[in-house]
Design a protein around this ligand. Structure first.
Ligand code: PLP
Length: 398
């Protein structure tokens, strides 16, 4: 029944862990789930109210595929105000989250056999989408000692005459790595002599950074790259609106036009009510962003501190997003109390879940081992208890 692509397509490691955790919870086990990639906060009240007002006004019909004019103008304003990026009206469009926009941008440009450079550890959907387009993800390992960031020499070495895109994700999922303007400029310098390479900046964790310097996006740091950069963002993470499904993109008008044509045949427009809510998120009070950023910072400090007191684990302090990515090299080769050998991060994550009720996503899922990802989008009590269990689990290894 299935074609070759569907037959060879692997499920995401995140959804595997999520399903296993759901089954164990269903069986009545006491599970602390730190596998999810979504804020535990509520969507702000003024955003919910804007959605209700839109329903009452009858904004419950189709909108243009590329999104309502009001939301596109709000997105233009956001890019100008927060990122110093001046996109024309025909250079922005709305999608059903960042995810379909990333995919359609790749789909509109990739030919079979083209290559896309993806620094790893990475969000699994980036290489997944490239494969769906019949192109080749070129995974470039970024090392912990480099802050999990792409080095200019590694970028230069990965470029071939088939390279079409380079994908950045800062703050990064799963590492929390954040690029500064200088780092982006050094990478742009490498790209200068390869004018056909496009850059996709996935800025979805923009509002969750703990660095002293303000967040900077690639095209802002390297304005000469603006014409070949697509900047993707969404209201999902910053405004705790994962379920509303609204993302947006700014990029060359030719690309945006092609994406609009594709989406008009496939997905159609994003939800009209969610679009009204997204205007309120982008243009309404922004204090909630700073409050939540501080909460994520406190949780990060708590978890990193506790994990660094745990036998065999080492945890670097992430500069952004709501994940920690501890190094579990030293548990490899150990044995669990019931005699199972830990050969990799997958075994360790399975042991944490089955014996101690904590869900973590193994690094293999992010093309980055030997690590595992924990989300800090949970209460301090849950995070403390999870760290206690992880410490007990590690101490029981022999
Ligand atoms: N990009 C990254 C790096 C993510 O981690 C996620 C979600 O986990 C997305 C994009 C998807 O965002 P959206 O909810 O806007 O589709």
């Amino acid at each position: 029944m299935l074609n070759a692509l569907a037959r060879s397509f692997e499920p995401s490691a995140i959804s595997e862990v999520f399903s296993l955790a759901a089954r164990l919870k269903d069986e009545g086990q006491d599970i602390i789930d730190l596998s999810a990639g979504e804020p535990d906060f509520e969507t702000p009240d003024h955003v919910k109210e804007a959605a209700w007002a839109a329903i009452q006004r009858g904004e419950t019909k189709y909108t243009p595929t590329e999104g309502t004019a009001d939301l596109r103008r709000a997105v233009q304003g956001k890019f100008r105000r927060e990122n110093g990026l001046d996109y024309g009206f025909d250079q922005v469009m709305i999608g059903q989250g960042a995810k379909p926009l990333l995919y359609r941008a790749l789909q509109a440009t990739l030919e079979a056999g083209d290559e896309v450079i993806i620094p790893t550890p990475c969000w699994p959907s980036h290489p997944g989408m490239v494969k769906l387009c019949g192109a080749l993800p070129v995974l470039v390992t970024c090392h912990e000692e480099d802050g999990f960031k792409l080095r200019p020499d590694a970028l230069a070495a990965a470029i071939t005459d088939k390279t079409k895109w380079l994908i950045f994700n800062s703050p990064g999922n799963p590492t929390g790595a954040v690029y500064c303007a200088e780092e982006y400029r050094a990478l742009a310098e490498v790209l200068r002599s390869h004018p056909r390479i496009l850059v996709l900046a996935d800025d979805i964790y923009e509002h969750i950074t703990f660095t002293e310097d303000a967040f900077v996006t690639f095209a802002q740091a390297a304005p000469e790259m603006m014409e070949r950069t697509a900047t993707v963002n969404s209201v999902s993470k910053g405004y705790a609106m994962t379920g509303w499904r609204v993302g947006y993109i700014g990029g060359p008008a030719e690309l945006i036009g092609a994406m609009r044509r594709i989406l008009s045949q496939s997905d159609g427009n994003p939800c009209s009510v969610s679009q009204a809510a997204a205007i309120a998120a982008l243009e309404g009070p922004q204090e909630v962003l700073a409050e939540r950023r501080e909460a994520y910072r406190r949780r990060r400090d708590l978890v990193v501190g506790l994990l660094n007191q745990t036998p065999y684990l080492r945890c670097r302090q992430p500069e952004g997003a709501f994940y920690v990515y501890p190094n579990c090299q030293d548990v490899i080769g150990k044995t669990t109390p019931d005699g199972k050998a830990i050969a990799n991060s997958r075994d360790f994550a399975a042991y944490l879940l089955e014996a101690h009720g904590v869900t973590a996503v193994p690094g293999a899922g992010f093309h980055g081992d030997p690590y595992f990802r924990l989300s800090t989008a949970a209460s301090s009590d849950e995070l403390e208890e999870a760290c206690r269990r992880i410490a007990r689990a590690s101490a029981e290894l022999s």
